[in-house]
Write a protein that binds this ligand. Structure first.
Ligand code: GCV
Length: 617
């Protein structure tokens, strides 16, 4: 166990005193935080609370004489205290009027396994498990509760959606330990959720897991009674079914609505929600098959089921139709399920976005998605955790920004990336205005830089299949995952217009029209929708091949410039060392991407860089 964590909250570093174990509810925590913070700050100001149970998660902050009045429900008052602190730390105006979260369900999904590994985890081992048992420090879990509450996150799923042994037992003999974690997080207004295995009845003496079999439904009802008997405020279950070899209703000839509704009915009496993931596609595709197009899969499967899901089912849809790539168009499923409760799923873990080595501040990506989708399309929001046992929680100290910003976006999906990044910087460091601006600019630009040296123009999946870090233009090309660039000596990309796979037709007319014409399609998604020759002329007059070269060269220069900027920033010693170590790796990574991808395309196209820059043979 890393010993340094205790002094390191990822932001609100002004909160030096650990939250005492004896505090039992959000109001007590709110009181403690307000007192210790204001003492720490020596403002001499007081905070008093007015609680209105009906306000639940909402709060309002008023100034009264020399102090503040925070009114709200539970945990609203606690959110109010943290909002006050965030505003004071950031030198922002206090929020005016009643503040209510836009999404009632704001969840973090840990992909933690009970052996202590974290699937796609880049911040050390699991904070919950080791050696197939629970292994955690209660004080650290309280610190986590504090961090989540400080940005208004209210649900935490502690185990991987790929449920590996012995996580099946979280619902039976390990339940008392889940209950202990629920108790640790309850004072912070954070409720637990559990990932479950659809075939659980089959593993427990029932002959089938067929959702239409009454024995299966009865088994789940009984289990739900026991689980909610132990943890009455459990938020619900999260299910990955018929996806990447996980069991599901398809094996019994049943639809996903039948599968989800059976589970939803078992947990409805306890107020549980059933979060059903829509990440379903053929992961055994033959690369020779050019008719199957993976981005189509989720819409083709789920759209016909619109309206068939029970009220307490939430269909959780990844933001793009592929899988958390650097740039994807919004998933058409998010635009096409009017009668279904949807959650959009983000990934804070930087699986395809730099492994928490390379900088990748996510707010600009989320802004794009909300702008394309409209915040009202979804009724909940979820994100894969980027947390681990590392002293700073997220591996890269700046990766904490993504967790912070996610919480803010879940309350205010209209938020401006720049404002949110500024708030994080000010809540985390004490920098001069000039240094602060440099750090904000660097973070704001980081996604664009990463995109330039990795994935030009929406062309995804040129990454190494093992681990998803570093370039490999052929890595996925002849695999079964349905992820192909189909580059040859004339052209690159997949035609997803109606002349091609027809994927573009899954969008409403406005988007379809924009995307289907390569002359109107936004450059950054050009090769997502189109197969184009290397001499295709882009909007700015450059050829496609030249644009690919330029992006890769420019991406490296930008990464090198970021490294220089970072070196000059007076960050706290530990953060500075961690950030610079990773920055060196990022620059190496950027150079590798540039050289591999440029060489790959030059070998195919035979075209040189017009500026005569070095492309290897
Ligand atoms: C949890 C991708 C990842 C897997 C992940 C899966 C999912 O395929 O590489 O690690 O599994 O998405 O979201 O279910």
């Amino acid at each position: 166990m890393n010993k340094t964590w205790e002094s390191r909250l990822a932001w609100l570093k002004a909160l030096k005193t650990p939250v005492p174990a004896e505090l039992n509810n959000p109001l007590e925590v709110a009181d403690f935080e307000a007192k210790t913070y204001l003492n720490f700050e020596k403002t001499g100001r007081s905070v008093c609370f007015k609680t209105y149970p009906a306000m639940k998660e909402s709060y309002a902050i008023e100034t009264a004489g020399d102090g503040y009045i925070i009114s709200g429900g539970q945990p609203g008052v606690l959110y109010g205290v943290y909002a006050l602190m965030r505003a004071l730390e950031a030198g922002e105006k206090l929020p005016s009027g009643v503040q209510k979260p836009y999404y009632p369900l704001r969840m973090i999904d840990c992909w933690d396994n009970m052996d202590g590994s974290v699937e796609r985890g880049y911040a050390g081992r699991s904070i919950w498990f080791e050696e197939n048992r629970f292994d955690y420090d209660p004080a650290r879990i309280r610190q986590l509760g504090r961090m989540l509450a400080s940005v208004g996150i209210n649900v935490l799923c502690i185990n991987n959606v790929n449920v590996h042994q012995p996580a099946q037992h979280l619902l039976d003999n390990l339940l008392p330990q889940v209950e202990q974690i629920a108790a640790l997080l309850r004072p912070f207004g954070v409720r637990l959720m559990l990932s479950i295995d659809f075939s659980l009845p089959l593993q427990n003496g029932v002959e089938t897991a067929d959702p239409e079999d009454p024995a299966v439904a009865d088994w789940w009802k009984k289990r739900a009674r026991e689980v909610w008997g132990a943890i009455p405020d459990l938020a619900g279950f999260l299910v990955k079914a018929d996806s990447e070899h996980r069991p599901g209703p398809n094996a019994y000839g049943r639809t996903h609505a039948q599968g989800a509704n059976m589970l939803a009915r078992a947990i409805a009496p306890f107020g549980g929600v059933l979060v059903w993931r829509a990440f379903v596609y053929n992961c055994m595709q033959d690369w020779r098959d050019t008719n199957t197009d993976r981005p189509r899969a989720a819409y083709d499967l789920y759209q016909p089921l619109d309206g068939a899901f029970d009220e307490n089912v939430i269909l959780q849809v990844k933001y793009g139709p592929y899988d958390f790539q650097v740039r994807e168009p919004v998933s058409p499923l998010l635009l096409g399920m009017e009668k279904t409760r949807l959650a959009v799923e983000f990934q804070l873990a930087q699986e395809y976005t730099g492994h928490q080595i390379d900088l990748f501040a996510m707010p600009p990506l989320w802004r794009d998605i909300f702008d394309q989708m409209g915040k009202e399309r979804v009724r909940a929001i979820a994100a894969v955790s980027n947390l681990g046992r590392d002293g700073n929680w997220t591996g890269h100290p700046f990766a904490a920004l993504n967790l912070f910003a996610y919480g803010i976006f879940a309350w205010k999906p209209d938020a401006s990336p720049q404002q949110v990044i500024r708030a994080w910087v000010r809540n985390t460091y004490n920098l001069s205005e000039q240094d602060e601006e440099q750090l904000i600019d660097l973070l704001l630009a980081s996604r664009g830089v990463y995109e330039k040296y990795t994935a030009p123009l929406g062309l995804c999946w040129m990454v190494r299949p093992e681990g998803h870090y570093g370039p490999s233009p052929y890595g996925y090309e002849f695999q079964a995952w349905g992820t192909y660039n189909r580059a040859d000596r004339n052209a690159v990309g997949v035609d997803r217009t109606e002349r091609g796979t027809g994927y573009v037709a899954q969008y409403p007319p406005k988007w379809k029209k924009l995307y289907e014409n390569p002359h109107t399609c936004p450059d950054e998604l050009l090769l997502f929708f189109h197969r184009l020759p290397y001499d295709f002329v882009m909007k700015d007059g450059r050829t496609l091949i030249q644009r690919i070269y330029d992006d890769h060269f420019e991406g490296v220069v930008a990464a090198e410039t970021m490294a220089e900027t970072l070196k000059a920033l007076p960050l706290p010693e530990e953060d500075r060392r961690e950030a610079l170590e990773r920055m060196d790796l990022q620059v190496q990574n950027a150079r590798e991407w540039r050289d591999v991808i440029n060489t790959f395309f030059r070998r195919f196209s035979g075209v040189d860089d017009v500026h005569g820059r070095k492309i290897y043979d």
